[in-house]
Ligand binder design. Structure first.
Ligand code: SF4
Length: 374
């Protein structure tokens, strides 16, 4: 059986950013070494079971690894995953931990896409968000990646932080367009439970940015990036032609993917599983040859269909009824006819040429629209 996307999680960071609730910890190098050993073991079990067209090493901060550790990880991947099948091989990098030598290793081991966590080009914003790097670091990392021959680079940006103005955000957009990455992800800042930013919000030491300003920032991103040659192909993602992220399409299309590492999710044949989230329990479990799966759910057909519609609505092209019918054996209208009619009446979705998608109006209230399909 073929599954086309492999995700490998590296849950280590230099320090925790204020807004971050990802599964990542600050840890000493020796423990990272033990973790990489566990990753290799988990990868070895996959050997020959799947063919992967995309590989994505994310985090955390994969670029936190020392050169020796990074080489060990990259070597484990090519040892167990047939590289001839991999079309898109992404590694996430933080400008504060990426060095010329690490870039050289990524190139040597056939990584062909880098996702650079820049978040902002303004030092005051970076400081506010708790990032470890400066705007200069981000620019230098980008230039070094281009110099090394990387032709597919994503830049992640965050908008909507309490101390950011629309003018600040426009400057970030201008800077990123001048830099010219092939792909740009723009995420609205969210307040997740347990983060330092959320604690500050709860004790009223900070206040959320006005919703209207945040929406204007999003609209400005769409206007500015599309008028500068970036296709707005997913709610938060923009790409030059041919540079849409293939790996993330596995999530948006709700097709099979396999996750390796602490807390990583897999989705195979309608069954979702996730590994033990605690990094040290994960390492011990793997070393003791225990099953590290801590969560498992088999989706009912209608639940599977519902998730598929919600994820696909994130894509500007939406979802085709033909594809849906082939997967589920009935039409989108059979399950969601009522919702589709209601949302279409408000101008939030359209259903034309057998394709269901968000309208522009729907895009700005996407979360609310999607809850109708759950
Ligand atoms: S670098 Fe990324 S994963 Fe690490 S703390 Fe910051 S946002 Fe979270």
């Amino acid at each position: 059986m073929l599954h086309n996307s492999l995700y490998i999680h590296i849950p280590f960071c230099v320090r925790k950013c204020r807004y971050c609730d990802f599964n990542s910890i600050v840890s000493e190098s020796k423990k990272i070494g033990r973790y990489l050993h566990a990753i290799e073991k988990e990868l070895s079990v996959l050997n020959g079971r799947y063919v992967f067209n995309t590989v994505y090493i994310g985090g955390g901060t994969p670029s936190i690894l020392t050169e020796v550790q990074l080489e060990k990880l990259l070597h484990s991947v090519i040892r167990y995953i047939p590289s001839s099948e991999i079309q898109e091989y992404t590694v996430e990098a933080n400008p504060g931990t990426l060095t010329v030598n690490k870039i050289g290793l990524l190139k040597e081991y056939m990584v062909n896409r880098i996702s650079l966590g820049v978040q902002s080009f303004q030092d005051s914003q970076l400081k506010y968000l708790g990032r470890i790097h400066s705007s200069n670091d981000a620019g230098n990392a980008f230039v070094s990646l281009r110099k090394a021959g990387f032709k597919n680079i994503n830049v992640d940006l965050i908008f909507g932080s309490p101390e950011q103005s629309l003018d600040d955000w426009e400057k970030d957009l201008k800077t990123v367009v001048e830099l010219g990455p092939d792909h740009i992800s723009t995420y609205a800042l969210t307040y997740e439970e347990g983060t330092s930013l959320t604690r500050d919000l709860e004790d009223a030491s900070i206040h959320k940015l006005d919703e209207y300003v945040e929406l204007e920032m999003y609209k400005t991103s769409i206007r500015y990036l599309t008028s500068n040659g970036y296709n707005h192909y997913e709610i938060s993602n923009f790409a030059k032609y041919g540079y849409e992220c293939a790996h993330n399409h596995a999530y948006w299309k709700n097709i099979g993917y396999v996750g390796i590492g602490a807390g990583a999710y897999s989705f195979i044949d309608g069954v979702r599983t996730s590994n033990e989230k605690d990094v040290f329990k994960y390492i011990d479990g793997i070393n003791e040859n225990k099953n590290v799966i801590s969560f498992r759910e088999k989706l009912e057909l209608n639940q599977f269909a519902s998730e598929t519609v919600v994820m696909a609505l994130r894509l500007r092209q939406g979802i085709s009824n033909t594809d849906f019918y082939e997967r589920f054996g009935y039409t989108i209208e059979d399950q969601f006819g009522e919702q589709m009619n209601r949302l279409a009446k408000y101008g939030l979705v359209s259903y034309e040429n057998e394709r269901l998608k968000l309208t522009e109006k729907g895009l700005f209230v996407a979360d609310t629209v999607m809850t109708e399909f759950i």
